[in-house]
Write a protein that binds this ligand. Structure first.
Ligand code: ATP
Ligand code: MG
Length: 242
């Protein structure tokens, strides 16, 4: 018997696909984020209005503490904005429940963190298969092994994160974020913990996978060179985007 929640999720999904077809992938209007610490208010995002099209690659630069990670967390459905409008892949994120946000993340979003965030007790293959298993795919291991092949780790499938170098761990992170072919990939300084050469190989890989799969990417970086590879660069400063 099909549950009401499954039917609602399917309707949301179909709705999102239709809206996606005719509008921007990401659209925010007057987005604000503030934190209250005691009687002090920290205004992090101060009215962000911007769009990202399907398949577009945008780099985000800005000083430390300017709110880059916070903005990414809101767009990825991991944090709630204080006010404003935010629509990603046809979903109004401020209106979704926690359960609906989890479905949204599974269906539309891939995330790569600076410090990899791999599960230490799982092999490379198991780490990459995890999001597909959560989504109920029957051939999770085959798909995981195929994408690990693409990132050049075909002979490290059974290695644990602790047995891999930083660059290899980040390639597992990329494979895990891309395996479900997300509409948008969020990458938060993915090369921040890697040496220059390894970092370049990792970013080349990220760009080519996104271009191949048609995924949009929002890439937070301190590397001005990457701007030349992206479709567009935005600057975040004092809570404003330009
Ligand atoms: N949960 C929180 N409570 C209070 N303040 C927070 C919280 N999360 C973030 N901040 C503050 O919001 C501001 C923006 O933080 P954020 O991590 O988004 O910056 P960033 O641009 O990613 O910086 P970096 O380049 O150093 O990673 C910072 O001043 C930070 O201290
Ligand atoms: Mg950050």
């Amino acid at each position: 018997m099909v549950s009401v929640a499954t039917i609602c999720n399917s309707i949301n999904y179909i709705q999102a696909e239709i809206v996606n077809f005719v509008t921007n992938l990401i659209s925010t209007n007057d987005l604000r984020l503030q934190f209250q610490i005691g009687d002090k208010t920290i205004q992090v995002l101060n009215g962000i209005s911007f769009e990202v099209e399907a398949g577009e690659i945008v780099t985000v630069v800005g000083p430390s503490g300017s709110g880059k990670t916070s903005l990414m967390m809101i767009l990825a459905g991991l944090e709630k904005a204080t006010s404003g409008e935010v629509s990603v892949a046809g979903q109004n994120l401020l209106k979704l429940s926690e359960d609906q946000l989890a479905v949204f993340r599974r269906q539309s979003v891939g995330i790569i963190f600076q410090n990899f965030h791999l599960v230490p007790t799982m092999t490379a293959l198991e780490n990459v298969a995890l999001p597909l298993e959560f989504a109920g795919h029957s051939n999770a291991m085959t798909q995981a092994s195929e994408i690990l092949d693409k990132v050049g780790l075909e002979d490290r499938l059974t290695s644990y994160p602790g047995q891999l170098s930083g660059g290899e761990q980040q390639r597992v992170g990329i494979a895990r974020a891309m395996v479900a072919k997300p509409k948008i990939l969020f990458a938060d300084e993915p090369t921040g913990n890697l040496d220059q050469d390894t970092g370049k190989r990792v970013t080349d890989l990220l760009f080519s996978l996104c271009r191949d799969q048609g995924s949009a990417m929002m890439l937070i970086t301190h590397d001005p060179h990457l701007a030349t590879l992206a479709d567009r660069q935005v600057h975040l400063q004092n809570g404003h985007l330009s």
